[in-house]
Design a binder for this molecule. Sequence first.
Ligand SMILES: [Zn+2]
Length: 255
Amino acid sequence: MQMQEIVRQHYPNAKTGAEVTETFLDLLQSEYKSNLKKMLFATSVCSDDVNVSTDFRRVLSRPFTMGGLGGLPYAGFTGMVAFSHHIPDGGDALIFYGPHIGITDDGELGRMRRLGQKRLTNSCGALMLALDRFQHEENDEDIYVPQNVDYDYQQVLLERTLMPFKTQILESENPKKAITDYTYMQINKQIQRLVRMSIKEFNCEKIFLLGGVIINTSEEFNDYVDIRNFDVIHVKDGIQAKSISILESEAFQNL
Ligand SMILES: [Zn+2]
């Protein structure tokens, strides 16, 4: 079976990273008349080195990195405001976000064979660790409470963010896929909220939001992306959301 068929058994709409990059950059240029040379690009994807599966970075330089373990936008409100202030004059903003999940050559989700390795490892490692801790709790009948520690706060925050969905994740047909889907929903929600909170700070016409699940394959195959959301926000129309008064402070205005 071809890799594409294997991937599409789980993600019927997935396209290769290259296809996604080409399709959307073309759309931004031709349909929305965006100047890619002036586009400022941000990502909220996992820190994992495997996440270079889309080629946006080849075309759009200098990504503003909002993400960390699992892909949550840990840079938060301050990060989004800073990003909004860095867009070149006459340019637009593009934010690409989402979690990632590995797939083996046999079609097993949650694991992958990485560059230069023969063995299989977890992907996303942070999400599979969170899942393992949730499952462990079920078996031990102990309540697992992610404890906040300053040497591992991203993992703790990721687990806390997913805790409300623990039952649905554990009872789903494929918990590895489910935890990835719930993470996508949380990243999407947070990015949407952060953009709306800081909408008045964007000195551009359009903000493009592109979200999906990145599917990592072995070295010899293309990586895939299951696109779940594409939003075009026209900044001048504003958004039905309250701006945050903290933005009035000079320190925020000069981020
Ligand atoms: Zn990861």
